[in-house]
Design a protein around this ligand. Structure first.
Ligand code: GDP
Length: 174
């Protein structure tokens, strides 16, 4: 068991993907105003892992101190302690640098990083291949996986990748 930080700009499909991975509707633990202001979308749990979802770029750390609920402290600890990172990008958009996303994630030093090229259903296979190549060449991620969260394609590949990165044993609750 362990923690997975799911990062990406708004609307890239983080919630859709996470729902598919857990196989049930997302239970958002933050309320709406906080979600908008702090860009923390929520935590969802499966038997195998907990996923912390947040939008980037955003002012995560700066805003975080204003929150005094135990819940939000837990969200931050969980993110900082993430065992691996899943960065979601929209494959139908031009490729873009992800340094910002990683920095704002505020994660511990070197954790395994996966880049998910989502919404592959919106572009032609040849275009997907080009995007994939671009991300492999110009980013520092460990792996790139093209998926369609909406249709569930490739989601198993993500799960399998994550499972190899998690510590064995019971969940650690910060
Ligand atoms: P989040 O803000 O990153 O959590 O993004 P959401 O999961 O809310 O998705 C944003 C929008 O993109 C929604 O309208 C989804 O239905 C759509 N979307 C998510 N994944 C896919 C996908 O694989 N293909 C397509 N075509 N649309 C998707």
């Amino acid at each position: 068991s362990g923690y997975v930080a799911v990062l990406g700009k708004p609307n890239v499909g983080k919630s859709t993907l996470s729902n598919q991975m857990v196989g049930q509707k997302l239970s958002i633990v933050t309320d709406k105003p906080q979600t908008t202001r702090h860009r923390i979308l929520g935590i969802i749990s499966s038997e195998e892992y907990q996923m912390i979802l947040y939008d980037t770029p955003g002012v995560i750390e700066k805003k975080m101190h204003q929150l005094d609920t135990v819940m939000m402290k837990n969200v931050r600890s969980a993110a900082v302690n993430a065992d691996c990172v899943v960065i979601v990008v929209d494959a139908s958009k031009m490729p873009q640098k992800i340094d910002e996303v990683l920095e704002e994630g505020n994660l511990k030093e070197k954790v395994p990083t996966l880049l998910v090229l989502n919404k592959k259903d919106l572009i032609k296979p040849g275009e997907i291949a080009k995007r994939l190549e671009w991300y492999e060449k110009f980013t520092d991620v460990d792996e790139v996986i093209p998926v369609s969260a909406k249709f569930g394609h490739g989601v198993e590949d993500i799960k399998n990748w994550i499972l190899t990165k998690l510590p064995i044993g019971p969940a650690y609750y910060p």
